[in-house]
Design a protein around this ligand. Structure first.
Ligand code: SF4
Ligand code: SF4
Length: 232
């Protein structure tokens, strides 16, 4: 995003609208390192002089917009936003069979964002314990090597509001996943949230909640999550 300085009157009205505080200074400018190209400043129509200019983004910067603008569409999945279907598709896909657990790690949030460099620290750590990265998800599509979890090197400096790593593990591996995340949390410069989906019956019980809360997680049973794991 760019501000046309021939139009901008430095009123600062746009600053609170930016979810990553990328609009800065008394001589108002967009900090392009921080900007995740979400287009909120433009779509809000807050600017009294129409000074925001949305420029055509080239690869790999275009990833910022695809992941951060809810209207962006992922080429790999043809889905918008963060590019994943919700877990309710499991009734059709059965990707998370009984005995397996579907998990997601969402890196970054509005207000802080996250880089693909941080994301790669998570994916490479998870790959070492042999998780199965979900096919047909935006993050898996950006890997250069699914066996190691490495991402395409040219994207590592890009930042997004958030991105979701999706994978399945055997139920007995969940503790290992938590150990990996406990280590990697000190190596990344952002936040993450974890979702776990256990395939089961219809009973309204969440016997695994204690497992996660005893390891320091705040548990929200049946939370609204973006755990997709592909779609039919
Ligand atoms: S496009 Fe989004 S991140 Fe960039 S300046 Fe505008 S509101 Fe901020
Ligand atoms: S709202 Fe428009 S005129 Fe005011 S500081 Fe932002 S870009 Fe400049």
């Amino acid at each position: 995003m760019r501000i046309d300085k021939s139009k901008c009157v430095n009123c600062g009205l746009c600053k609170p609208y930016c979810p990553v505080q990328a609009i800065e200074g008394d001589e108002v400018q967009v900090n392009l390192d921080k900007c995740v190209e979400c287009n909120v400043c433009l779509r809000s129509h807050v600017c009294p002089t129409d000074a925001f200019v949305r420029e055509k983004l080239e690869w790999p910067r275009v990833l910022r917009s695809i992941f951060s603008d809810p209207l962006g569409k992922h080429e790999s999945t043809q889905d918008m936003g963060r590019g994943t279907e919700e877990v309710k598709t499991n009734d059709v896909t059965n990707l998370v069979a009984p005995g397996n657990v579907g998990m997601t790690v969402e890196i970054g949030r509005p207000g802080i964002s996250g880089s693909f460099s941080d994301l790669e620290k998570v994916t490479t750590a998870l790959a070492k314990i042999g998780v199965n990265f979900a096919p047909r998800t935006p993050v898996t599509a950006l890997m250069s090597d699914q066996a190691t979890g490495q991402l395409q090197q040219e994207i590592l400096n890009e930042r997004v509001l958030s991105a979701i790593v999706e994978f399945t593990v055997k139920e007995e591996q969940v503790g290992q996943v938590l150990e990996v995340l406990d280590k990697v949390k000190d190596e990344i410069d952002t936040v993450f949230s974890l979702a776990a989906f256990y395939a089961g019956g219809n009973e309204q019980k969440y016997p695994k909640a204690e497992f996660f809360s005893s390891r320091g997680y705040t548990v929200s049973p049946a939370a609204k999550i973006n755990l997709g794991l592909g779609r039919p």
